[in-house]
Design a protein around this ligand. Sequence first.
Ligand code: F6P
Length: 359
Amino acid sequence: MRIAISTGGGDAPGLNAVIRAATLSALSRGWSVLGIKRGYAGLLGDDEIVPLTVESVRNIGHLGGTILRTTNRGNPFDFPRLQPDGSYVSVDRSDELIENARNLGIEAMISIGGDGSLAIAQKLVDKGMRIVGVPKTIDNDVSCTVTTFGFDTAVQTAIEAIDKLQTTAESHDRVMVLEVMGRDAGFIALHSGVAGSADVVLLPEIPWRLDAVCETIMERDRTGRKFAIVVVAEGAMDEHGETSLIGESMPGQAPRIGGIAHRLAKSIQQRTGKECRALVLGHLQRGGMPTGYDRFLATRFGAAATQAVADGKWGQMVALQTPNIVTVPIVDVLKESKRVDPHHDVVRTARACGISFGD
Ligand code: F6P
C-alpha cells in the first residue's frame, strides 16, 4: 500500500505531530508513505513530493508549522493561473491532479486541513480518489469534532498576551483592545477572554453595541478599576454590521479579515475619553510549539487517519467525540461550520463572572 499525506490551508500547531503519527503507523503496517508538499500543489508539479520515512519524521512532533509546507491558494478546482498580461484566471486542474496521483502509485491520501481543504477532499472523493480527512484549524470552527488541534495552542498564546496586557494597562489606566484570530468564529476570543479574565469579549456570534462596551468600561472606572481589557474576535462585526477586511488578498485566497481592534480602540477613546491602545495578535497565534494537549490530540488523529485508510473509510474525517476518536462523513462536516452558541455554558460562565459581550 502506498499512501500520501498533505497539509493544506493555514498552518496550525500540531500538524507535524499528525504527520509523524500517520507516517509511523503506516510504516509499521509495511506501507510506504509520500509527503505532498504545499497542499495539493506538489501533485500539480508546483512543488516536491518526498518519501516520508522514520528518519524524516523523527523529532518533529513538538515543532510548529508543517514539514510539508502549506498554502491557502492551492484549490485544484479553482487554481489561479497567471496570464501574460499579469491577470489571473481560475482553472480546474483536478483531473491532472488525479492522473498525477495515479502515476505515482498513490492508492490513498490523508488530507489534513480545515473546512476549505476538506471541501476539496470531498470533491476529489466524488471523482474517485480515496481520501481520509483530518481536521485542522486554530479557529476551532470545524463541525462534528469537539475540537481541532492548534486551537489550544492559539488560546494559550492569546491568554499569555492578555496576562501581559493586564499589567501595562493597569499601570497606565488604559483600555487595551486585543484582536485575536478565528475568522467568522469567536472561539479563540471567548476561551482566551474567559481564561484570561478579560472585561469585554466581542464575538461574531453576538451582536454588540459601542454604548454597552463603553458603559462597562466606565462602570469599572467609577468603581476604581481604571483600566480594562477588551478582547475582540477579528471577525466580530462592527457597529454597522460589517466585518473589517485588510487590504487585497492574493488570487485564489479568501478575503483577509482583520483590523477591527484599531477602529474599536479609536471609538472607545473618543467616547470615554480614556486612553486606548490596540494590539492585533495575528500570526503569533499560529506559530510555535503545540501545547501538550494539541500534540496529544494530533497524534491520536494521525494514527486514527491511518486506521481509517486501512478500513477503507473514504470521504470520512477523523474527529474527537470525547472520549473517543471516531470517523464522520466529510459531507456531514461540511453541512455547517461550527460557531459559538450564544447560550453555551461558556458564555453563561463568562457573564456570571462579569464579562460583558457588549450586548
Ligand atoms: O483560519 C486560520 C486563520 O489563522 C484565521 O484565523 C485567519 O483569519 C486566517 O487564517 C489568516 O490567514 P492568512 O495566513 O492567509 O493571513
